[in-house]
Design a protein around this ligand. Structure first.
Ligand code: NAD
Length: 290
């Protein structure tokens, strides 16, 4: 299948390579020369603009930094250039309102489009083990699913346009809250004289269990191996968590949803990032409790 891929950064680079590995004819574009060279090495054909990459394709996949860029790439270059009937898959994490707006514009011009943000980081993008949460019409999902399968381990149709982004930001808001809760409880147990490993053994098998505690234990040497055991390097950067929490707060406002814990988590992560921790894994927030 002829597929244009726009945005070949940390995530998109590996995803485009996996589409090429699966036998697709991948037509790649990025603003960065280094990203273009890596895509060429990985078996993609490269182009000088998104517009050129999209001519004569059956699908367009994008993995871009934010909603403003997604809107300008689709409305400025992709829509009207790709052949009628092509399906568009935006895998970037962006705000729900822009996702719906761009899908509406694509549909009005005769295309199918889904929002398909991912769970999983750079290793999952490279390894083809991402989870995709997808929003859009049934027909659009049916066209998008086999393409997403080549880049991931799970593809879930969440609902109509924007439902993928909604699932992503609600999930990550919950993740931020449980990580902060886990950090607080572990440090409190330690200060009360309980061995943190004992606390892990007990709570991970009791009602306090969660992904943050059981699968991503934020204290070095305690529980499972995680970024904490690697100086909080790798994993999911605090800067990306703050990006997702800002999107979550914006969406909560627009829906008039009460999110007192989400708002507190967003503000704690903003402060943590402001203290120079943008590049560290988000579980490093436990260091603020020492
Ligand atoms: P990145 O900054 O590494 O990559 C973005 C790429 O887009 C860059 O190579 C950049 O040159 C390119 N780009 C920017 N504007 C462009 C344009 N107009 N035309 C073509 N290319 C353009 O970012 P990333 O880490 O790959 O993240 C991409 C998306 O995935 C983001 O929305 C992010 O929130 C989301 N995400 C990232 C992770 C992660 O662990 N990195 C995990 C889940 C979701």
């Amino acid at each position: 299948m002829k597929i244009a891929f726009i945005g070949l950064g940390n995530m998109g680079g590996g995803m485009a390579a996996n589409l090429a590995k699966a036998g697709h004819d991948v037509r790649a574009f990025d603003l960065s020369d280094a990203a273009i060279s890596a895509a060429k090495e990985a078996g993609c054909t490269t182009f000088g603009s998104a517009r050129e990459a999209c001519e004569d394709v059956e699908a367009v996949v994008s993995m871009l930094p934010n909603g403003g860029i997604v809107k300008s790439v689709y409305e400025g270059e992709v829509i009207g250039t790709a052949p009628a009937g092509a399906v568009f898959l935006d895998c970037s994490t962006i705000d729900v309102a822009t996702a719906r707006e761009v899908i509406g514009a694509a549909e009005s011009a005769g295309y199918d489009m889904v929002d398909a943000p991912v769970s999983g980081g750079i290793a999952a993008a490279n390894g083809g083990t991402l989870t995709f949460m997808v929003g859009g019409r049934e027909e659009a999902f049916a066209k998008a699913e086999p393409i997403l399968q080549a880049m991931g381990k799970a593809v879930i149709h969440a609902g109509d346009a924007g439902a993928g982004q909604t699932a992503k930001i609600c999930n990550n808001m919950l993740l931020a809250i449980t990580m902060i809760g886990t950090a607080e409880a572990m440090k409190m147990a330690e200060k009360l004289g309980l061995d943190p490993q004992k606390f892990y053994e007990i709570s991970s098998q009791s009602s306090g269990y969660s992904w943050s505690l059981n699968a991503y234990t934020p204290l070095p040497g305690v529980g499972v191996e995680s970024p904490a055991d690697n100086g909080y390097k790798g994993g999911f950067a605090t800067g990306l968590m703050v990006k997702d929490l800002r999107l979550a707060m914006e969406a909560a406002d627009s829906a008039n949803a009460a999110v007192p814990l989400g708002a507190r988590a967003a503000s704690l992560y903003e402060d943590f990032m402001g203290a120079g921790n943008e590049g560290f894994d988000f579980s490093a927030i436990i260091k603020t409790y020492s």
